[in-house]
Design a protein around this ligand. Structure first.
Ligand code: ZN
Length: 273
């Protein structure tokens, strides 16, 4: 039975690392896949020189559409918020938009819920409470995602995560072939994402690695700029295969509605009514 999967992300490129394999797998298996970003990523850390001409947001949305095409995504939407950035202080709102971290949760959730309802979404992919490594926009995705699913009556929310030990291992491997920028804080990942014991879904995406790499490459075009997520993607792409496949061949989720003792699930649609 064809289902509909909606992946909700903070910025263009977040889908590549966290859920692209699951999205590609769902699309390949005949399900409809929708991708929604809260922001256009105009304050991406990779961006200062690119941002100077004011065109970074457009560039990143174009990259997002290339990534989506590689994954078999049917529809891409921007919720209309501005990137809050990762700095100690949130920049003033740009003309005509609100930074996502300042968004009214009810309003943002209503925007997402409208798409969830229109698409009759079966499974919403969102973020776990830590927002991965703690970017304020990622934490806001968690809050808005849960509220939107409640408003729309979406049957299942799966919150994307990574077992901490896996991401630390990936970074250590990447560090052997790539020099991370000085501001990259390896130790921040010791507290990020989720403990392995919290994970309820482990999705095997090894057969969809080509699509996942294409998604990551779609965003790695900014690898020449300063630091940040895009450079992390570029570093990960330099991990030799089959080590890459080992690290990125699985994706992980937490189902907040799961009960203790539930078996680890291997399919995002398994057990839906
Ligand atoms: Zn992000």
């Amino acid at each position: 039975m064809p289902r509909t999967l909606l992946a909700f992300h903070a910025h263009p490129d977040d889908e590549a690392l966290l859920t692209s394999g699951t999205m590609a797998r769902a699309a390949a298996e005949g399900h409809r896949v929708v991708l929604v970003v809260a922001t256009d990523g105009e304050l991406g850390l990779a961006s200062q020189e690119f941002a100077a001409d004011g065109a970074l947001a457009g560039r990143r949305m174009a990259e997002l559409r290339r990534s989506a095409a590689a994954l078999g995504v049917s529809r891409v939407e921007h919720l209309g918020y501005a990137d809050s950035g990762l700095g100690p202080e949130v920049a003033p709102d740009p003309p005509g938009a609100t930074r996502f971290v300042r968004a009214d949760v009810e309003e943002a959730a209503a925007r997402l819920a409208a798409i969830l309802t229109e698409e009759d979404v079966d499974v919403l992919l969102s973020y776990e409470p830590n927002g991965g490594y703690g970017h304020p926009d990622h934490k806001q995705v968690h809050v808005v995602g849960r509220r939107a699913a409640a408003l729309a009556g979406t049957p299942r929310v799966l919150e994307a995560t990574v077992p901490r030990d896996t991401i630390c291992r990936a970074i250590d491997v990447a560090a052997k072939v790539y020099r991370f920028p000085p501001e990259f804080d390896r130790s921040s990942f010791d507290r990020a994402f989720s403990a392995r014991s919290e994970i309820t879904h482990r999705i095997d995406v090894r057969r969809h690695i080509a699509a996942k790499r294409a998604s990551m490459r779609a965003h790695a075009s900014q690898a020449s700029a300063d630091g940040g997520a895009d450079r992390t993607l570029a570093a990960f792409l330099r991990i030799p295969r089959p080590l890459y496949d080992l690290v990125f061949g699985r994706e992980w989720f937490v189902d907040p509605a799961a009960r203790p003792g539930d078996p680890l699930r291997r399919d995002v649609f398994e057990g839906l009514p």
